[in-house]
Unconditional design. Sequence first.
Length: 161
Amino acid sequence: MKKFISTAVLCIGFSVAAVHAADTPSKEARELMSVMRMEQSMMDGFDAMLPMIEAQAQSWQLTPAQLEEYRSIHRDWFAKDFDLSAINEQITLEYDKTFSESELQDLINFYNTPTGQKTLNEMPRLMQLGAQIGFQEGQKKEFLLKEKVKAFYEENVASKK
């Protein structure tokens, strides 16, 4: 009986350790997040939203003072209401799940090269530009979506009333 209990305790201990390990990012994943300046990247991600905020403000025809207040609302929301540490932890865990230890080390090595550093420096601008281009294309083609949604609504929702 003692042997059974000892074995059961050992198994439970290993299970708890495995669960804990899955909830705790590896050293390599944490190092990669540091090398990639992930928290700064998240802040830069907010900047990628600015063209959409500006476009909304333009469509509302805000005065310069109102525009600044509208920007401040978004900045405060991001700075105060987002838990960047928790987001970073979740992203780090996803990197751990996605890449092997060897692959994480390859990424660390790459981002430590001049090309890797240039990639990190240029990525926010490229992402912002991509978001802006996508948003502009969406605005130009929004009428096509509205037509399709209207047809869908009339066929599937309005006709059932």
